[in-house]
Design a protein around this ligand. Structure first.
Ligand code: GAL
Length: 713
């Protein structure tokens, strides 16, 4: 008996395997690590994204960002424990779409797809398990499980760089959260694969991640116009009247979003037009298209017992319902076929331009519980983590099959969805937090719109509107408020000015999205990804140690209320009630977007723009393409005049992207990049020129003019 007890004591409590990590460099600066036995289903497999191999192969080889041996993995008790090193001077951005904070060092995040609940705790619409270090690398943990990330919070007994134990009684430097030298992740699986992206700079790391996931999405040109979502019970006549009113009042409009009432039943959905409100959907779509306006349809994927596809799809759905609707197993090819055929027939095939896929995020009380089962064998947990991505993928394919691009909305996403044509939104409505989400979206390969719904005052309305035009989707979502751009007459003209500005900037945003597609550069991004912002030249002591050099701006100073809209524009939104604000300008000369006047260089400035303006600044030498304020995006092949506006004193150039604006022909090389160059001649005069169109390549550029915004000294 004694022997048996002894033997039992010697046995480990649970099996632990600290096997080696197998590393492979799969592209220049991209390494894959494998620990234990990874599961067959993970985030990248769910997204089925193909790396943009030719772009990645063309990149410079960058060294592994730390000693590979510093990454540790152990499989204990059916879970994988991962550890990555963190140096004193590093800041961590991401993982996931956070709304209130940009700096994540010191956070414990339980990554879980969910509706945002007001706290940056890992439960969010896109809890992408990819973090970016200010030291110029990123790490992706490719698991579709609920994972916990300890981002520089926990201190190990064997820490390489352990904090000093201090006496709380006497030492004012004592802290309840001592410094930690690691990011640790707990993955509830017997193994996992992970990726290290070494970019040289944080932006370089993000670009590699985005290219690895296929490169960014390239919206159709019209996707970058203005969109209005109408009240949920609007009928066809009201929709047409709305489009007419936009035109009559001279407000741009590219697509109208129909909310749940286009369907005969919703929550759960039939995916069928309501024949009373919409007796002739094909006629309506045609009529609107004729006016240059497209339609986007709201859905959630939960199938109503009244839906014509109910019986057929039933065997291909999960065990649990959502609002009494059955849940298509989007990993079951039959479920996908039945659902997407339903969307194709009488919707995509009559010209509906895209979808808004709602309710694929949370809450726990709405969605299937973690005890649900799905016919494909995907666990409920993995389904929750990937359902939004699957919905984007299968609806995106409908358009790919039709040979035209779409640009829609979705409320849940995850890693791997970079090239899927969707923008995230939610029901939360804090304007400052919406901007912080926009800042963070660029760290995790997703797009985010700070949609405008309603407002208490004209001031708030205008402030929200001014920032949504500098975002991936310029949208009013009036599904419940019924608001229109002109709803606040006091500011209707200012709103119109910004709606028109959005249209004028279409070639700029289109080219910035092309950079997302071809180079992985996020079109909307944090200041922490900007060159010239990694340290403040006047106060940098040169040390890379945070304790010695607290002025490493991007590392120590959390900037969550200003961002870059493309490579040239620094946007600093104003919030209702604010009369002035500070703006941090990176190193280099910056100029006012509206006047071209000098604004500052590597410094914090205070601006008082008045209600009419959202502060926007432009880099020295920037050249920005503008078109006239059209009411709708130009059609395929339509030539439009371009005015290139140059800012500052330095010469400069802009790479203008062009293609047919709607199809996938660009994937076969049917696109062009043309260079607009501004130089200063011997007499000090600025002159501009645009490189000629290439033979046989798309060319939609009409008359070209140059305007020099900064007054001569
Ligand atoms: C919500 C969604 C809103 C609106 C509404 C319609 O779930 O977030 O934007 O579409 O449904 O019922």
């Amino acid at each position: 008996m004694k022997k048996l007890i002894l033997l039992l004591c010697l046995l480990p409590l649970s099996a632990a395997a600290s096997g080696p990590i197998s590393w492979t460099e799969i592209f220049p600066g991209v390494w894959k690590g494998v620990a234990g036995e990874p599961e067959a289903y993970d985030l990248l497999r769910a997204a089925e994204c193909e790396p943009f191999a030719s772009a990645l192969e063309g990149l410079e080889r960058t060294p592994f960002p730390f000693a590979q041996t510093e990454v540790r993995a152990e499989v204990v008790d059916g879970k994988t424990y991962l550890r990555f090193p963190l140096r004193r001077e590093e800041q961590v951005y991401g993982p996931g779409l956070n709304f209130q904070t940009v700096h994540q060092r010191g956070k414990i995040l339980g990554l879980h797809v969910d509706h945002y609940g007001g706290r940056d705790n890992g439960r969010t619409h896109a809890p992408v398990p990819f973090y970016v270090s200010s030291a110029g690398y990123g790490v992706l943990v490719n698991s579709a499980r609920y994972m916990t990330f300890y981002v520089g919070t926990a201190v190990r007994r064997d820490a390489r760089d352990a904090p000093e134990a201090r006496d709380r009684n006497t030492d004012p430097a004592w802290t309840s959260r001592p410094y930690s030298d690691a990011v640790e992740a707990l993955v509830p699986a017997n193994g996992v694969e992970f990726y290290v992206f070494s970019g040289g700079t944080p932006l370089g790391a993000v670009e590699r991640y985005n290219l690895f996931c296929g490169g960014g999405t390239l919206p159709p040109r019209w996707g970058l116009g203005f969109t209005q979502r109408v009240e949920k019970l609007y009928d066809a006549a009201q929709v047409v009247a709305e489009a007419e009113e936009f035109e009559r009042r001279g407000y741009p409009l590219d697509f109208i979003g129909l909310e749940p009432g286009w369907q005969s039943r919703a929550y759960p959905c039939t995916f069928e037009w309501d024949s009373g409100r919409f007796p002739d959907p094909a006629g309506l779509t045609r009529q609107l298209l004729h006016r240059g306006v497209r339609l986007n349809l709201w859905v959630n994927p939960y199938v109503s017992p009244d839906a014509s596809i109910y019986d057929e799809i039933l065997p291909h759905t999960g065990t649990h319902t959502v609002w009494c609707g059955i849940v298509p197993d989007l990993n079951d090819p039959e479920a996908v076929r039945i659902w997407t055929d339903r969307l194709r027939q009488g919707q995509v095939d009559i010209g509906v331009s895209g979808y808004k896929i709602d309710e694929v995020d949370g809450y726990d009380h709405y969605l299937w519980p973690d005890v649900a089962r799905f016919p494909s064998g995907t666990s409920a947990e993995q389904m929750r983590q990937t359902y939004g991505v699957l919905a984007q993928k299968v609806t995106g394919r409908l358009y790919r099959q039709a040979g035209i691009r779409t640009f829609g909305l979705v409320r849940g996403s995850n890693a791997g969805a970079v090239s899927l044509p969707y923008v995230l939104y939610n029901d939360y409505y804090s304007h400052p937090d919406f901007i912080t989400a926009l800042v963070n979206s660029g760290f995790c390969g997703v797009l985010w719109t700070p949609e405008v719904r309603g407002s208490k005052t004209a001031e708030e309305w205008l402030r929200r509107f001014q920032s949504v035009v500098f975002s991936p989707m310029a949208m009013i979502n009036a599904w419940s408020s019924g608001t229109k751009p002109w709803s606040f007459p006091e500011v209707a003209e200012q709103v119109k000015y910004y709606a028109e500005l959005r249209m004028m900037l279409m070639p700029y945003f289109y080219s910035e999205f092309a950079r997302y597609r071809f180079h992985g550069t996020p079109p909307f991004r944090s200041m922490a990804l900007e060159p010239g912002f990694r340290s403040d030249p006047r106060t940098d002591t040169g040390s890379r140690d945070l304790e010695e050099n607290p002025y490493l701006e991007a590392v120590t100073r959390e900037i969550k209320d200003q961002y870059m809209a493309g490579g040239c524009l620094l946007v600093a939104p104003m919030f209702a009630g604010q009369e002035s604000r500070t703006v941090l300008l990176p190193a280099g000369d910056w100029y006012d977007f509206y006047t071209g006047l000098y604004a500052g260089n590597g410094e914090e400035i205070t601006v008082e723009p008045g209600l009419d303006r959202i502060p926007v600044f432009v880099r020295d030498g920037a050249v920005i393409p503008f078109i006239p304020p059209l009411l709708h995006a130009p059609g395929p092949g339509e030539k439009v005049d371009i005015e290139f506006r140059h800012y500052g004193r330095a010469g400069g150039s802009y790479l203008l992207y062009d293609d047919d604006g709607t199809t996938f022909a660009y994937e076969d090389g049917h696109y062009s990049w043309r260079t607009a160059t501004v130089t200063r001649d011997a007499r000090g005069e600025l002159t501009g020129s645009l490189s000629p169109a290439e033979d046989g390549k798309p060319d939609t550029v009409g008359q070209v003019t140059f305007r020099f915004m900064t007054p001569a000294e």
